[in-house]
Design a protein around this ligand. Structure first.
Ligand SMILES: Nc1ncnc2c1ncn2[C@@H]1O[C@H](COP(=O)(O)OP(=O)(O)OP(=O)(O)O)[C@@H](O)[C@H]1O
Ligand SMILES: [Mg+2]
Length: 311
């Protein structure tokens, strides 16, 4: 079973305009609502790939209910811990004239100590032996700064594999509990190591250092340069085919989805890295904040070039 955790989800309101005029009235040409947040994106992408997962996290108020309804309509299972405050709503304005996306992200609700404890209590009774738990995104106000250390520790003590996709202090805190896997992008890797990482060798060395420090699988995503995967015994570099990129939003989440879906399916690491890279690149073919589509992943996967760096 695959679980995803999104502590700070959002209802994304996506609006398209012909040519955005600031300080003026704009006619909206199309709009839609999505359930958003990084863990939720991973759950949705897994669904696109033909798999199942269970989305966990906090929701509150009317927008929280709308989010659940949207997820259910997409066939995504979820069990959120209720909170008193309203789930945040993010606005994404897509300007058709120049293809830009302007995002207005709110801070989101704060979570009380009791709500945080209720979430942890729910995690404790799930029976996570042999499960995969993807933990992704930022922390809401009110949860302790070491939330990801607590969650990684709690789920792994139950026999699950934690996959952490976070940035800055959240990633640093989570690393203390030695998650099974992490997927930083290059900037996240720079921030977590505090080093500029200018060359391929620097990046590889930084990933290997994190692996030696206790993370079984370190995946570094590098935009169009693909994915580097380091484990104790293997090291792969995956380069995607060059494609016409429409939007890179959600590429990293699709990468994580591709990896966990194949790993949970018992596939080899080489297959996982190929599929993860194809899933990330597939997400760039779709406009706006849309995630990977299965037919694109299947078409791209055989064209991903894999080099084995070890031995
Ligand atoms: N320009 C591109 N061309 C081809 N593939 C791309 C491109 N940008 C991203 N990808 C694919 O998506 C994967 C993840 O991209 P990236 O490194 O940008 O993740 P990220 O920064 O974590 O993204 P996110 O904003 O979703 O968190 C890459 O490993 C690659 O497979
Ligand atoms: Mg990312």
């Amino acid at each position: 079973m695959i679980y995803t955790i999104t502590l700070n989800p959002a209802l994304d309101h996506y609006l398209e305009v012909d040519d955005l005029r600031v300080d003026d009235a704009n006619r909206v040409k199309s709009e839609c609502l999505y359930a958003g947040g990084k863990g939720i994106d991973v759950s949705r992408a897994i669904r696109h790939l033909g798999g199942d997962s269970m989305a966990l996290g906090f929701i509150g108020g009317h927008d929280g209910q709308v989010m659940v309804a949207l997820l259910k309509a997409e066939g995504v299972n979820c069990y959120f811990t209720p909170i008193a405050r309203e789930t945040r709503r993010d606005i994404i304005i897509c300007n058709r004239a120049c293809g830009t996306q302007t995002m207005l992200n709110t801070r989101g609700p704060s979570v009380t100590r009791e709500e945080w404890e209720a979430f942890l209590a729910h995690l404790r009774v799930l029976g996570l032996r042999d499960a995969y738990v993807v933990i992704a995104g930022s922390l809401p106000l009110g949860v302790p700064p070491d939330a990801y250390r607590q969650i990684v520790g709690l789920v792994q003590r139950q026999g699950a594999k934690a996959i952490l996709d976070a940035d800055g202090p959240c990633l640093k805190a989570g690393l203390k509990a030695k998650p099974f896997a992490i997927k930083p992008n290059l900037n996240e890797l720079r921030r977590v190591t505090g080093r500029p990482l200018r060359t391929d060798a620097d990046i590889l060395e930084a990933a290997m250092a994190l692996q030696r420090a206790g993370v079984e699988i370190v995946m570094v995503s590098r935009g169009r340069q693909g994915l580097l995967l380091v484990s104790r015994s293997d090291c792969y570099r995956a380069i995607p085919p060059s494609v016409k990129v429409r939007s890179t939003v959600g590429a990293g989440d699709s990468t994580v989805a591709g990896f966990v879906f194949r790993h949970a399916g018992g596939k080899s690491l080489e297959d996982c890295v190929r599929f993860a890279t194809a899933s990330g690149t597939a997400a760039t073919l779709a406009p706006g904040n849309q995630l990977c589509r299965l037919r694109d992943v299947q078409r791209l996967a055989p064209r991903v070039r894999i080099t084995r760096l070890s031995d």
